[in-house]
Each structure stands twice: as C-alpha cells, then as structure tokens.
Design a protein around this ligand. Structure first.
Ligand code: 13P
Length: 281
C-alpha cells in the first residue's frame, strides 16, 4: 500500500472515533517491529522520526529505508517528522520524502507560532505533505526543549487553525513528555472544548504516560493520533539488558537485539488494540 499523508490516515480516524499510534522510531529495529505489527493487525500506522533520531540514524538512508519498507507493507503508513523546530529541518524532511511534518513553534509567542506554522504549511502543502502544529505547550522534555507546559486555550483554537491552514492539531490538556509512570491526569473537559472548536484531528503527545482507559476517553473526545516514544525506548532497553545478562558470552548482534524487537512488537500490539485501530486498514 502507498505511503500516505497523516491527513489521509487521521481524518477518517477522527470521524470514526478510533486512534492511530504514532510510534517514535530511532532505528530500523523499531521500524520493523512497528510495521510488522501494524500489518499483522491490519492497522494504519504512523512512523514518527524526530530530528534527533534522523541525525542518529541518518537523514538520507533512514527515511529512504522506511519509505521502502512502508511501500512494501499492506497497510497505510505515514512517515512523520516529529517536533521539527525550524524551516531548515522541515526542508530536510521534505527532501527525504517524509509525508507529514510537525512544526513545533509552541514555545514562541502566539504571533510567531502562527507565522512559522503558516510558512511550514506553505512549504509542505506545495510538496503534498500534511502539517501538524502545536497550540499551548506540552510539558516535559522533548528533544532539547524542556517545558513546564501551558494548557491550550480552546478559544484560541479557531483563530490558530484559520490563520495557519494546518491539517492536524497538537493540543496541551495535561499529558507530559517522557513520563516515568503511566499516571497522567488529563483535563478532558478542556479537550472536549478544543474538539468542539475544530474538526481537525487532534494529537495526544506524551502517550507513554497516560493510562490506557484515559487514552480511550481522549479518543472518544476527538484525539486521532497518539504519540508513543518513551515506553518503546524503555521496553527495548529493558529487554536488551535482560538478554545481555542472560547471555554474557553471546556476541551475535541479531541474537541480542531480536528479543528487544519482539518485545517492541508486543508493546505496539497492545497499543493498537487499546487505540481501536485494529482492522481499520
Ligand atoms: P512519550 O515519549 O512521552 O511517549 O511522548 C512521545 C511524544 O509525544 C513524541 O512527540
């Protein structure tokens, strides 16, 4: 199936009331685990790559490999730049064949956030790529930015959507990036007001730290994309540590990484089931 934009995956998700996982991938082991699981469960999926991950695994080869793997998959796949911070990073992503970009200008004053997001929308739409922007600020650490968080003002949503022309909206209503425990408390009343202010698909960032029943309540209120990063990193690393200590003499990287890929696949499977995207491809 073709690589698609996030809009193509997320508009039906919001309309039909299910969520799509955007899984942060740092190398091809992650991509294999996410794609194989999405294919097995007939689920649309988003492969999210931060500028930091692209720098680590390569801005050219890594996206090219993901594109090739996605094109061979039997479900719709979006290749998404997560937390792009400048037009330069967005340009790199467009050159590399990403089908969706996020511009995170949420730490800037509102007028500057609108101007930068608008600029990225013009660049990306000219290339047939959809755009996610952020209004309010999601708390916690993401890439190099640490934020205490600013909740999204629902009354500012229509103006932001209109002025920027963006396709997908990341809003702040209580989730936090890189949480150690899955115990975030969301302001669901605020989310409802945000969802009433726009038909655009909404994004829940910091998906690792939100209890599963709460994620489902957020999906019922308009969230169509759930970002999951930290939990995958923890799963991969925890399993790798266990494998290394159980097999101290083993040196074959495939045997050492294989169990981590399997554990990632399980973590992804659990979330696709919770988000309700199984059999939606
Ligand atoms: P977590 O790492 O907390 O799951 O957040 C992921 C995210 O929101 C990426 O944009």
């Amino acid at each position: 199936m073709a690589l698609v934009t996030s809009k193509e995956i997320l508009v039906p998700a919001r309309q039909k009331g299910y969520g799509v996982g955007a899984f942060n991938c740092v190398n091809l082991e992650y991509v294999r685990a996410v794609l194989d699981t999405a294919v097995a469960l007939h689920s649309p999926v988003i492969i999210a790559v931060t500028p930091g991950a692209a720098k680590y695994s390569g801005w050219v080869g890594f996206p090219a490999a993901i594109r090739a793997m996605a094109q061979a998959a039997s479900v719709p796949v979006c290749l998404h730049l997560d937390h792009g911070s400048s037009t330069e990073e967005v340009e790199k992503a467009l050159r590399a064949g990403f089908t969706s970009v996020m511009i995170d200008a949420s730490h800037l004053p509102l007028g500057e956030n609108i101007a930068l997001t608008r600029r990225v929308v013009e660049m990306a739409h000219a290339a047939g790529v959809s755009v996610e922007g952020e209004l309010g600020e999601i708390g916690g650490q993401e890439e190099h930015v640490e934020s205490a968080g600013v909740l999204t003002d629902p009354e500012a949503v229509p103006g932001f959507v209109e002025a920027t022309g963006l396709d997908v909206l990341a809003a702040s209503f209580g989730s936090v990036h890189q949480k150690a425990a899955r115990d975030a408390v969301l302001d669901l009343e605020r989310l409802e007001r945000i969802a009433r202010a726009t038909f655009l698909p909404l994004v829940l960032h910091g998906g690792s730290g939100v209890p599963f029943p709460t994620v489902q309540q957020a999906i019922a209120r308009g969230v169509a994309k759930i970002n999951v990063g930290t939990e995958l990193q923890r799963t991969f690393t925890r399993t790798l540590r266990e494998t290394l200590s159980a097999h101290p003499a083993e040196w074959d990287v495939r045997k050492l990484l294989g169990p981590s890929v399997k554990a990632l696949g399980q973590a992804v499977r659990e979330r696709l089931e919770v988000f309700g995207s199984v059999d939606q491809a």
